[in-house]
Design a protein. Structure first.
Length: 183
């Protein structure tokens, strides 16, 4: 069985400190794309609801700043997770199907970003946000469309942009994906 070090060297990101840069940049750009989508559907979410989650007044670009900061933190979490053995092993594993076996590691990282965006939507705005809003009693934050289709689409867009930027930023190598279970 291959070790975690061997798994990461398969895709060229072993001991690379590029993942925080790729994660932060991808998270910021993903949050900006998501923010633009939110602004199109309901600009008050960025202006009022996001600052209200923290008990802040909706002044200027506070909502945008908080939203971008959230994206950077989540991008760093994504970068950390996707470069670690368990998830990297899945991303780098040779697939048994013809369609998946033809995909490269970059495509799989983008797909991981998409799945990450979906997971973030299912966890943060759908499960955590309602509890948080009730705990702090913020009325403006209660108007946040947690389970709305727009929220889900925005989080999927965030994850997709995050995955694309991360894959473009990190040296993934030109080698095809290999099984982490090969000796």
């Amino acid at each position: 069985m291959a070790s975690d070090t061997e798994n990461t060297s398969i895709v060229g990101i072993s001991s690379s400190w590029g993942w925080p840069i790729g994660g932060a940049l991808g998270g910021a750009l993903g949050a900006a794309a998501f923010g633009l989508l939110m602004w199109i559907f309901d600009p008050d979410v960025l202006a009022s609801a996001i600052p209200a989650i923290y008990g802040l007044e909706p002044i200027g670009v506070v909502g945008w700043g908080i939203h971008i900061a959230h994206g950077i933190v989540l991008g760093l979490v994504f970068g950390f997770l996707v470069t670690r053995g368990p998830i990297l092993g899945i991303v780098a594993t040779s697939a048994e199907t013809d369609a998946l076996s033809r995909t490269g590691i970059a495509f799989r990282v983008v797909a991981a970003g998409f799945v990450f965006g979906l997971a973030i939507w299912a966890i943060l705005p759908v499960l955590v946000l309602p509890v948080w809003v009730e705990a702090i009693g913020a009325q403006a934050a209660a108007d946040f469309p947690a389970a709305a289709v727009e929220s889900m689409l925005g989080h999927l867009l965030f994850g997709l942009v995050l995955g694309i930027v991360f894959a473009a930023t990190i040296d993934l190598g030109d080698r095809p994906a290999q099984s982490p279970f090969e000796e």
